[in-house]
Ligand binder design. Sequence first.
Ligand SMILES: [Zn+2]
Length: 242
Amino acid sequence: MNHQANHSNDQAGDGLAHKDWMRQALELAQKAADLDETPIGALIVKDGQVIGKGYNLREKEQDVTMHAEIIALRDASRQTGSWRLEGCTLYVTLEPCIMCAGALIQARLDQLVFGAYDPKAGAAGSITDIFSIRQNHQVQVTGGVESALCSQMIRRFFIDLRKKKKAAGSRSVRRQQAIRETEAKQPGEKPIAKGKQPIAKGKQPIALPVKCLSSPICRKPACDSQKKGGAGDLQQNSGDKR
Ligand SMILES: [Zn+2]
């Protein structure tokens, strides 16, 4: 897939350069990171003014539509009183997914500017290019603006997340160990049922055969008591047990 297709140059837009708006989108992404959400931020600009903001809240809200772009679109629609966002540019720190790309077209957005490419889910050139499909509205797309900063933030977030999980894992192991040690120190053993012998630590109980199912000429000591019935009994009982 050609990442450069359908993309314009990184020109100054609405008074500030794309990269300046992208820095503001990165600040929103940091708010997501502070909530342990994947750090993705988005803002919508019209006539040099920010009219919509959003950052990823999928985990917190447990809502798959809570991507930064969708939240920013809703915010802008609330502010303007219209779902139509003509004359607007959306800045987002990561290449939009299929859902968000579709929503941007539906909102009649003029322009999309994104930071890092998303090789796993990006729908503006990475896994597909929704914007290149012939539709009744075309969005102008610019990718790779401040991409190093944007991807660095996401990468750092996942490195930290792995460290946190690892630390939580070793904490849990230590907790289990402490529980085992506490149990071992408890005075007194559980009462042993009559006729049963305590099993030595580390040894598994040996199950003795209740009925010999082998040949009637079996010489094992455990089988001697079973031989009274002879081969007939074994054959009678063997049907369902094998
Ligand atoms: Zn999305």
